[in-house]
Design a protein around this ligand. Sequence first.
Ligand SMILES: Nc1ncnc2c1ncn2[C@@H]1O[C@H](COP(=O)(O)OP(=O)(O)OP(=O)(O)O)[C@@H](O)[C@H]1O
Ligand SMILES: [Mg+2]
Length: 275
Amino acid sequence: MPDSDSSSLRPTSHTTDPDGSVPFVSQYEKGQRLGVGGFGTVFKGTRISDGQQVAIKIIPKNKEDDYIVVSGYSKPLIKEVGLNLRVKKSPTSPNIVQMLDWFEEAYHHMLILEYPQPCMTLNSFLKFNRRRVDENQARHFMLQAVLAAKHCMDRGVAHNDIRLDNILIKTDTLELKLIDFGCGELIEGCDDEDNQSRGHVVPELYVAHKYALSETVLSLGNLLYRMVEGQSALENNPKFDCNRCSKGPFYPFYEVGEKLGLGGFCNVFKGDWLI
Ligand SMILES: Nc1ncnc2c1ncn2[C@@H]1O[C@H](COP(=O)(O)OP(=O)(O)OP(=O)(O)O)[C@@H](O)[C@H]1O
Ligand SMILES: [Mg+2]
């Protein structure tokens, strides 16, 4: 695999090609369920060769699955695997859970993921904290979320689903890690690899850079709002009607900026507040 991780997270050989590859069952042991989402179920797992704890995401195959081309791989890969491979290109981000390996079986795709321990989703973390965190903690998490989002965009990937359930918090260090590229897209014209993908990827899998950016900023703003206000800026909130997007992606930042006494989103996003 063309990349380098720390030794404890070293990738094993991938097994997309069924010929001669070592099957999942002889490399990993599946443990109890960690979480379930709309697309897959995630289990604890152990890498048999060295006892490394991992998370195993099992995604049922679907004839509507999207495939993308990734340089270094001869055939198109299921989109979630392809986007993970792009994102984990060196230098990696400590704020994104790394995919260590993947398997394609008759009825499932299986992603072997870094399992940060001890961890919980940001959603659970907020529930334990009476639904909100103080300004210092919000800042600490926001900086990491912004760095994770920027890392994805720099690799030509729009995550598209940055929200409380797709963020893990390592509870001993308060490190934040973004998960779940299931809703991701490629950003148009972002890098060399894009040229290679052209012609192999259906146009619907591409998003223009300006839309990717505005969606990212909106979701980050909403994240900050959730952490500070204890509710979503966008859902079930009478202050924001369904025309919210016409107010622009920075809308949640205005409210949070006011609340924190910063006077607007610029000071949240660009000023000293984050760092
Ligand atoms: N690497 C991981 N380590 C620990 N827990 C994880 C990991 N990946 C996922 N989980 C847990 O499993 C849940 C579902 O994972 P994920 O969001 O990847 O699935 P999904 O089906 O794509 O979800 P969605 O409904 O958001 O599309 C997460 O919310 C989290 O609780
Ligand atoms: Mg998810």
